[in-house]
Design a protein around this ligand. Structure first.
Ligand SMILES: [Mg+2]
Length: 363
């Protein structure tokens, strides 16, 4: 079997304006991504998704489109699509960085391989380690306390029993927002916070007593990217587990975070890490260090969300005390796949079928 074509299709989805996320990293009102198709001479097609956000990884719909059309597609066409490692290595040698762009192709190759072999993607990762229902936490933007409460109630109406509140702006406002959600939702509702690199170390230290009092179960990315020493010092001051997201894109980042004792959890997901296999490798590194991983998100569409679910089912160290961000489809008013991702009992449900288990609706 040979790859005959690689296409990148620009997509645009509006985030439900009632839920649009505001964080220390900015607003996320609309998603301009790419859907990827990898075609073969045997008629099989693999689907992927480039979940790009310039403020997150420096990649945009435009950069991903150009890199795939002008460079990466040519590196794949004519090759055996089942030789995943060889193709991934080839792409890595050609292009530094750009994890979401690379992940899009890797996800499409694994979808294709699963279809060719008659297996779901998680079987290509060694098989399932848990059931295909992964508990979620909703993401509550850095809104006023009243708005934050409204969104928390929306999450509860969807069956979720956990959320993370975006903080990382003005500490007093951040605390008021978390306080409002805790008061309304009660003590059984699991609450994390995500500062998206927005706090200084002094801000974070100032926020800690209130976060402890409010029963926050994780603090995600309190300090700027790469500040492992600062996170180490914060960990000495609190019993709340600290999670790194923006600071860990690569395997090398994970090793550095572990060396510096900078975290209790590492957030992984295929887009950020450059593919499902690299997320799996980071999860293995973390496992060896006794650290659990959560699934983070860049508001994926259904294809990217399916990739996260296959990873979540197969990875060794999926966190159980903190919930996961497999929630992109809950934010969009439409789906570009024939069957959207389904949600039950506050969990995202692994799609059934070979490959990712979803089919892209090509216009
Ligand atoms: Mg985050």
């Amino acid at each position: 079997m040979k790859i005959t074509a690689v296409n990148a299709i620009p997509t645009s989805l509006v985030v439900n304006p009632k839920l649009a996320i505001v964080s220390a990293a900015g607003a996320h009102p609309e998603s301009h991504y790419l859907a990827i198709t990898v075609q073969t001479d045997e008629g099989l097609v693999g689907y992927g998704e480039a979940t790009v956000a310039p403020g997150w990884s420096g990649e945009s719909q435009g950069t991903a489109l150009v890199l795939i059309q002008q460079m990466l597609a040519h590196a794949l066409i004519g090759s055996d699509p089942l030789q995943t490692n060889m193709l991934v290595d080839r792409i890595d040698r050609m292009l530094i960085g750009n994890p979401f762009t690379k992940a899009a192709l890797e996800i499409a190759l694994l979808d294709l391989k699963g279809k060719a072999l008659g297996l779901p993607v998680y079987m290509l990762l060694g098989g399932a380690r848990r059931q295909g229902k992964i508990p979620l936490k909703f993401s509550i933007g850095a809104f006023s306390p009243k708005e934050a409460v409204r969104i928390a109630k929306h999450a509860a109406n969807l069956g979720l029993r956990a959320a993370k509140v975006k903080v990382g702006l003005v500490v007093e406002d951040d605390i008021a927002r978390v306080q409002a959600v805790r008061s309304e939702m009660g003590d059984d509702f699991r609450l994390a916070v995500d500062a998206n690199s927005g706090w200084t170390e002094a801000d974070a230290v100032r926020a800690l007593p209130a976060l402890e009092r409010l029963g926050v179960n994780a603090i995600e990315q309190p300090l700027r990217r790469g500040d492992f020493r600062g996170c180490y010092r914060l960990r000495q001051r609190t019993h709340i587990p600290l999670m790194l997201d923006e600071s860990v894109f690569t395997r090398q980042d994970a090793i550095e975070a572990i060396r510096e004792d900078a975290c209790d959890f590492i957030s992984v997901y295929p887009g950020k890490n450059g593919g499902i296999l690299k997320s799996m490798e980071i999860a293995q590194i973390a496992t060896a260090a006794g650290i659990e991983c959560t699934i983070g998100s860049n508001l994926e569409m259904d294809l990217g969300t399916a990739a996260m679910l296959h990873l979540a089912v197969a990875m060794p160290n999926l966190a159980t005390t903190v919930d996961h961000d497999i929630l992109g489809p809950l934010y969009y008013l439409e789906s570009l796949t024939q069957r959207p991702i389904s949600y039950e009992d506050g969990c995202a449900v692994l799609p059934e079928g070979n490959g990712l288990g979803l089919e892209f609706r090509e216009a």
